[in-house]
Design a binder for this molecule. Structure first.
Ligand SMILES: [Zn+2]
Ligand SMILES: [Zn+2]
Length: 287
């Protein structure tokens, strides 16, 4: 190889490396506020409490758990018996997953986490609203898979890859598997960028853990008046302040400071109808 050829090759190679670096930075933006579970090992297993009441939701939860595990990323999931209720009260050290007819409140899916020390997730909940999933617009397996995959993964600390409605073929986008796309399986599973992002979020180790607490710690954390303070209620006011909303109005992020120094952050996935009616409104107050 002549010297100029070698130089050209090196230049091309460094350009390639620069492109890789830029890409990695871009993907690093879909962490949800840097929130993550504290853990002392590079890979950990998050318990998903199965409170699903129907066979199809149970099957979709099983599928999404195995899909998230398929990347062999820092975050693995295991489905355990649900210990929550229809309201989907949080249980320390776990994400409780629920479906229910939560009413005509405008939201299809809701993911909420409790944070201590600014960034550490202590507990989470993911809810799917059958009031809408039982209607013809949303009542199809692909839309259900998309939403459960996304809401569960918000509780890992993962944000959306895109909110403009285009498909990145990741469940962390806002493609709508409805209408002409009801039979499309696009965006019903995580993609490689999601796994890469999880590995970035969880690249460091913590000296403590907020997962795999022993039973006595879970019981202590999950009982008493303090536990209620660290959870949201059925009242959308309990989500706190609207912090940001996607330009098309389908995705909102709320935060609430709790009296005990912890914080609740909630992701809301609104229906097409409520978003279209007024894209920039706080949809809680729009009936
Ligand atoms: Zn940490
Ligand atoms: Zn979301």
């Amino acid at each position: 190889m002549t010297k100029p050829t070698l130089r050209r090759l090196m230049a091309a190679l460094s350009l390639g490396l620069a492109a890789v670096a830029v890409t990695t930075v871009a993907h690093a933006t879909h962490s949800w506020g840097g929130y993550h579970w504290a853990r002392t090992t590079p890979q950990f297993t998050l318990k998903l409490g199965n409170n699903m009441t129907t066979a199809d939701w149970r099957a979709h939860l099983a599928q999404t758990s195995s899909d998230w595990n398929s990347g062999n990323s820092a975050v693995l999931t295991a489905i355990v018996a649900g210990t929550s209720n229809k309201r989907c009260s949080m249980v320390a050290g776990t994400t409780q997953v629920c479906n229910g007819t939560y009413g005509n409140n405008g939201w299809l899916g809701l993911a909420s986490i409790n944070i201590t020390g600014g960034t550490h997730i202590t507990q989470g909940s993911a809810k799917m609203n059958d009031t809408y999933f039982n209607t013809s617009t949303y009542n199809n397996p692909n839309e259900r898979k998309h939403v459960v995959c996304q809401e569960v993964a918000h509780t890992f600390g993962l944000d959306h890859q895109s909110t403009d409605g285009s498909s990145q073929n990741s469940c962390m986008d806002y493609f709508s598997n409805t209408g002409a796309n009801a039979t499309s399986t696009l965006s019903t599973k995580p993609n490689q960028h999601d796994f890469d992002e999880l590995n970035l979020i969880y690249a460091h180790l913590d000296s403590t853990t907020t997962v795999a607490m022993i039973a006595a710690q879970v019981a202590a954390f999950s009982q008493g008046p303090a536990a209620a303070v660290r959870d949201i209620s059925d009242d959308p006011q309990s989500w706190g302040q609207l912090v940001r909303q996607s330009p098309n109005g389908r995705s909102s992020h709320y935060e609430r400071e709790n009296g005990d120094g912890s914080r609740n952050v909630t992701h809301v996935y609104w229906t097409l109808e409520v978003a279209e009616r007024c894209v920039s409104c706080d949809h809680r107050f729009q009936r």
